[in-house]
Design a protein around this ligand. Structure first.
Ligand code: ZN
Ligand code: ZN
Length: 444
């Protein structure tokens, strides 16, 4: 183990978590990745160290990113307490869903298996002069959109197109692709708001409100309060008949019985379903807070139902390809070029359909976009190069190599985010500096 890792045994930097008490609270996973960056160590060795110190044994194929450390199960508890102990930053369980563990069943929080993110949030983090971070809300499967920017969360890199690029790697700098090293919020200022269904928005807002509530109430969600609220709701809406409530919500009678009379608690998804049908917000339902609640009328409920109840058939609309071709021609004339993906989005068709049906024009559009990118990247590089060179010189003088990690730690994110193909650029800068050094040694 390296010297750095050994010194970590005693203490870790006391980083401030981002967005505490808001719907944009940082996830524990993000906090952990930033800690690794801050100590110039890999997520792999930091994770091993935590696991060795706080769990009895570490399996041979130990893989930190397969554990849902921001969830509400055992690993979330172990990791949040371990990191609180090692950083002396209290309450890191607020960066997980643990505050709800009394009212959401153990396996009842569907977490995304691949890290999803909003590219605009990353870009905005940089514009605001701080490092990008992962939001806790992104870890829940119920969250499919960014409420702030009205874009769909994605899991792939907009530059190299590879999947699962947010954090599943031994070295992670939050906000940069783990496969190609490109900034994941690149060109985010050119993204446009997407049309998002009211159901998706409603669901995302509930998760957001849940996180605000956990910042405010901490660990106060109790199973008894929640079950009492449920009994009260069944009383008001279905005359106290669980079988009617089961039919209304599509929940199995035996499942409902298990919650009401044994020890069970619903999954988050089931609670979302109940909240939607009963006209109550998710945090209020889980906290058992019925102070302002009134049983909704039938027509009010329909407006709240989440998407799986409204299964809208994707409309098989007839596409007018001549019209689409004309639109593409117009896009070719735009002063600022747009990508094929963006064109597809604006026309509400799939990019591959464009390639299939309007191949020539689509390819022109793609080529124009590539030229534009190459041009603007070159310009960005010219801005960033002096920063990289002076940092490289400093590090070389200290006998260190210039790495992405150093760059993340020491160059303002808004400068770094504009550098294309960062790996290559760093290698070139370094090679040039070493040559420079050799020259000056020869001369002296
Ligand atoms: Zn966003
Ligand atoms: Zn990439």
């Amino acid at each position: 183990m390296t010297e750095v890792a050994i010194s970590l045994r005693s203490t870790l930097h006391a980083l401030d978590p981002y967005g505490r008490g808001t719907s944009e609270v940082e996830s524990l996973l993000s906090y952990f990745c930033r800690l690794a960056v801050s100590h110039s160590t890999s997520t792999l060795s930091l994770s091993r160290m935590i696991a060795e110190r706080f769990q009895h044994e570490v399996e041979k194929n130990f893989d930190w990113h397969e554990r849902h450390i921001s969830g509400l199960r055992e690993s979330a508890l172990t990791w949040s307490s371990a990191l609180s102990a090692m950083t002396s930053v209290p309450g890191l369980d607020e960066l997980t869903f643990l505050p709800w563990k009394a009212v959401v069943s153990q396996n009842g929080l569907s977490m995304v298996s691949k890290g999803q993110f909003c590219p605009v949030c990353f870009a905005e983090d940089c514009w605001n002069g701080r490092g990008p971070y992962f939001r806790l809300a992104w870890e829940s499967r119920a969250m499919t959109v960014c409420l702030r920017h009205s874009v769909r969360l994605i899991q792939y890199c907009p530059s190299c197109g590879k999947d699962n690029v947010r954090h599943a790697a031994a070295f992670v700098v939050p906000g940069w692709c783990t496969k190609c090293g490109e900034f994941l919020g690149r060109d985010a200022d050119q993204l446009e708001a997407e049309a998002i269904s009211p159901e998706e928005l409603w669901q995302a807002r509930q998760v957001g409100d849940l996180l605000v509530a956990q910042g405010r109430h901490g660990d106060v969600a109790q199973r008894s309060g929640f079950i009492d609220a449920l009994i009260h709701i069944i009383g008001e809406m279905d005359g106290g008949m669980p079988s009617m409530f089961a039919a209304r919500t599509g929940i199995a009678k035996s499942t409902l019985h298990h919650w009401l009379h044994e020890k069970g608690t619903p999954t988050l998804e089931m609670s979302l379903n109940i909240a939607a049908r009963c006209g109550i917000s998710l945090p209020k339902l889980l906290l058992g807070d019925l102070r302002d609640w009134e049983a909704p009328r039938r027509d009010q409920q329909l407006a709240l139902l989440p998407s799986h109840d409204l299964k809208r058939r994707s409309s098989a609309r007839a596409l007018d390809w001549d019209q689409i071709e004309r639109e593409l021609q117009n896009f070719l004339e735009l002063p600022t070029p747009i990508s094929v993906l963006e064109a597809a989005r604006r026309l509400d068709v799939e990019a591959r359909q464009l390639y299939l049906r309007v191949n020539r024009t689509t390819r022109h559009l793609g080529e124009r976009w590539k030229r534009h990118l190459a041009h603007s990247r070159q310009a960005n590089l010219q801005t960033a190069l002096p920063h990289l060179q002076s940092l490289g010189r400093e590090l070389l003088a200290e006998g260190h190599a210039l790495t992405r990690r150093d760059v993340a730690a020491r160059i303002p994110p808004e400068v770094m985010s504009s550098v294309p193909r960062l790996f290559e650029v760093l290698r070139n800068v370094q090679e040039r500096l070493i040559a420079e050094q050799a020259d000056s040694r020869r001369d002296s």
